[in-house]
Design a protein around this ligand. Sequence first.
Ligand SMILES: Cc1cc2nc3c(=O)[nH]c(=O)nc-3n(C[C@H](O)[C@H](O)[C@H](O)COP(=O)(O)OP(=O)(O)OC[C@H]3O[C@@H](n4cnc5c(N)ncnc54)[C@H](O)[C@@H]3O)c2cc1C
Ligand code: SF4
Length: 509
Amino acid sequence: MAKILRLILGDQLNRNHSWFQDKNEDVIYLMAEMRQETDYVIHHIQKVLAFFISMRNFAEYLDREGHQVKYFEIDEKSNPQNLEKLVQSCIDEFEIEVFEYQLPDEYRLDQQLKEICSQLKIKSKANDTEHFLTEREYLADFFKRKKTYLMESFYREMRRKFDILMDGKEPVDGKWNFDQENRSALKDKQLLRKPKTHPKSVKKLLQTIKDAQIETIGNVDPEKFTWPTSREECLEILDYFCERLLVHFGDYQDALTTWDPFLFHSRLSFAMNSKMLSPLEVVQTVEKYWEGHRDEISISQVEGFIRQIIGWREYMRGVYWAKMPDYAEMNFFGHERTLPKWFWTGKTKMKCLSESIGQSLDLAYAHHIQRLMVTGNFALLAGIHPDELDQWYLGIYIDAIEWVEITNTRGMSQFADGGIVGTKPYVSSANYIKKQGNYCDHCAYSHKEKVGEKACPFNSFYWHFYDRNRDKLEKNPRIGMAYRTWDKMKNKQEILDQAEKYLNNIDSL
Ligand SMILES: Cc1cc2nc3c(=O)[nH]c(=O)nc-3n(C[C@H](O)[C@H](O)[C@H](O)COP(=O)(O)OP(=O)(O)OC[C@H]3O[C@@H](n4cnc5c(N)ncnc54)[C@H](O)[C@@H]3O)c2cc1C
Ligand code: SF4
C-alpha cells in the first residue's frame, strides 16, 4: 500500500471519523501547533490553551489506539510553523506517496490547502470531516432560486431529515418553534447551578506560550483552567447539561444578569467547534434525555436548544460557504469607527458592557444575548467598522472560528450583509437590556433618560442609528414603525446632539 500522510487540523478532533476505524502502518497522522494559527488574529490566552491541550490529548489518544502520529509542539526547533513547509517536510521525511486532509471549515485554510496540493508532486485527496449534518453547498442548493435564506425553513428541513423532535411528519407537540416562550429575565437566584468544569493546572504550557512570545488577550488562572479538553470531559459537560441545566435552558436563554456568567447555557460550543462532539450526538442525547423526563422538562426548553444547533449553527455554516469570500468585505452601513479602547479592558461606566466584556476577558465566554444585544448592539448603534468587530470576536471567544464567528458578527449582529442572515438589524435602546435583567440597576447611567448627563448612551444612539440610516432601512416592512415613532418625537435634535456628544467621547463612556 502507498504511504499516506493525513493532516489533522486543530479543530478536527473527531475521534469517530472513519479515518481512525482501521489501523495501518502506512498511514501517518500529522498534527502541529503553528504560529500561522496563533498569529492570524490576537487570540484569548484560554483559547490558545484549549486548542493546544485538546490537540495534545487527541494525539495521545490516537497513539494509544495504535495509530502513527507525528506531532509538533509550538516550541519545537524543527516545527516549520506554517502549513506549506510542514506538509512538504513530512512528505520528504517519510517518503509519502499520497497526501490527505479533511476539508477545513475556514475559507483561508481551504484556499491554502488547495494551493499546497496544486504544488505537490504526489497525489492528494480531500475528505469530509464527517461532523456537520449537511455538506458545504447544501444550504445554497436548498435556497436555490429563493431571494432570501430563511433560517426557519432550513431548520424545519433538518428536523424532518434527521427525525429530531418529530411525530411522524409533524413536529412533536404540534409546534415547530417555541421561541416566544423563551424570553424571561431571571428573577430567582436560587435556580442557578454551578457550571461543570474540569479544573487543571496549565502553568507549564502557559510559560511555553509566553516564552514563544505569542501575543494574547484575556486572563487565566494557571492553576484552574476550566474548559473541557478531551472527548470524555466534553461528554461529561453534555450529561451535566441534560441533568441540571436543560430544565431552564429555554426560559432564561435571553436573560442578562450580574449573578452568573453562564446561566443555563451549555458551554458546549468549543466541544462542538473543535469536533470533539458532533452536533448530531449532542441533539440526539438531549432529545433522548428529554423523552425520559417529559414530566419535568417542557418541550420549549428542548426545542430552544436543538434549534440553536441544527438550526442556527448549521445554517451559519451554509451561509459562510455560500457567500465567502465576499462576505468578509461586506459593510452595508459603511461604518468606519474604531472600537472603543475599553473593549480591551472592560473599563466603562456602562454596566451591561463592563460585565459582558469583563467576563469575556476572564472566561473567554459570553452567552449569545451578551454578544448580540450588549456588545454587538452597542457596536452597531455606534457605527463601528465590521472589520474591527470581527477581529475582536474572533480573538476573544473560546469557540471563535471564522465560519461561525463572521456569520454571527457581520451578519446576525451587525447587519453588514444587508439582510442575508437576518431580516432586520438587532438593535435596541436601554429598554430591552432593562427588561432582560439587572444590569441597569447597577449602572452609572439611567436607562430611562435619553438626554442629559446620566442618559444611557443606548437611548440616543438608538435613534441616531435609525436617523442616519433612514434611506437604507425605512422601506423594510419590519422597521417602518420605528420611523413613525421617531417622526412624532418632539426633542429629536436634542437626542441627536446627545448621541454626537457621546460618540465624540466614546472612549470615556
Ligand atoms: C456577535 C456574535 C458572535 C458569535 N460568535 C460565535 C463564535 O465565534 N463561535 C460560536 O460557536 N458561536 C458564536 N456565536 C453564537 C453563540 O453566541 C455561541 O455559540 C454561544 O454563546 C456559545 O455558548 P454555549 O455553548 O453555552 O451556547 P448555548 O446557548 O448552550 O447553545 C447551544 C449551542 O448552540 C449553538 N449556537 C447557539 N447560537 C448559535 C448561533 N447564533 N450560531 C451558531 N451556533 C449557535 C452553539 O454551538 C452552542 O454551543 C456568536 C454570536 C454572536 C451574536
Ligand atoms: S443603563 Fe444603559 S448602559 Fe447602563 S446597563 Fe442599562 S442599558 Fe447598559
